[in-house]
Design a protein. Structure first.
Lengths: 182, 113
């Protein structure tokens, strides 16, 4: 993501640092910001999140990586203004994992890369947000960030963000950073 | 403490992530069981948003070491990323416009990868 022209757009560039292509520029200047790009495994598409400046929430889109098509929404606009964020592809390119607060706090969900109903993947308490999922290239697990609050007198206090791991075969979730012995 | 922005190496053996545990934002690596935690950008500047190259020998990241948030690549060794006080980072962008979230295309090997 760059704001080189004043608008937050998704760009593709070579690792030599040139040939930047604006993938998401359109005529809606000043009305939205695009961020969190994620390449499909075959390099043909980029998923990203679009946040409206004047509307609540965020939606997920997919665009061709050569900029030859307009972005395609992965889901309909949320009636509640929920945010769908941080898309990340499965290694076979068929599924996208993302984080959404449609239940009131952020949980992880799966959705087909060609659009469809999302399936909830994590079910945690309201003082926890599960964010920034990253699907392992071997397809076996998803790393993510868990934002946790310690409740003191009923008031959420001392936020901590740690890296967690979800093993897809067993459903087991465990923390890998900020462990007690660190 | 905030650990965030996890990113897998292409062989699924390491995770890079961003953390403020040392006072500034730095990039750390750790294995999927939580072992071998180490910083690969022990700098006074802030480094954000790691993304591994296809075969895990480079990490793309954002750094504010020049005062602006620019995109860099950092070369690491496959199994033991070098920890030095001055990691060798190659600056890719120079326009001083705000940037975030570099994402390395999985299918794109690089000359040094």
């Amino acid at each position: 993501m760059s704001k080189v022209d004043g608008e937050a757009d998704i760009y593709a560039m070579t690792t030599m640092g040139f040939a930047m292509i604006n993938l998401t520029h359109d005529k809606t200047v000043g009305l939205r910001a695009d961020s969190e790009p994620a390449w499909s495994p075959d390099g043909q598409f980029v998923a990203f999140q679009r946040t409206g400046i004047k509307t609540p929430g965020a939606r997920l889109f997919v665009v061709r990586s050569d900029g030859s098509s307009d972005p395609r929404a992965l889901s309909a606009p949320s009636a509640t203004g929920a945010s769908e964020t941080h898309p990340n592809w499965s290694p076979d390119g068929r599924t996208i994992v993302f984080s959404s607060n449609r239940t009131g706090h952020f949980e992880l969900y799966l959705v087909s890369a060609t659009r469809g109903l999302a399936k909830q993947l994590t079910f945690t308490s309201s003082v926890v947000d599960n964010l920034e999922p990253a699907w392992s290239p071997d397809g076996q697990s998803i790393a993510f960030v868990r934002h946790e609050w310690t409740m003191l007198g009923g008031i959420p206090s001392f936020p901590t963000e740690s890296i967690y791991m979800l093993w897809l075969k067993t459903g087991q979730i465990y923390r890998i950073t900020n462990r007690e012995w660190e | 403490m905030s650990d965030c922005q996890p990113a897998w190496s292409g062989d699924s053996l390491l995770l890079a992530f961003e953390s403020n545990r040392n006072g500034t934002e730095d990039i750390f690596v750790v294995d999927p069981k939580g072992n071998g935690l180490r910083s690969v950008t022990p700098l006074r500047s802030n480094e954000f948003h790691p993304s591994w190259s296809t075969f895990g020998r480079q990490i793309a990241l954002i750094s504010d070491r020049t005062g602006a948030t620019e995109i860099y690549t950092l070369t690491v060794t496959p199994t033991a990323p070098v920890v030095t006080s001055k990691p060798a980072m190659k600056q890719l962008t120079f326009d001083k416009a705000p940037k975030a979230n570099p994402a390395w295309e999985r299918t794109m090997p690089t000359p040094t990868d």
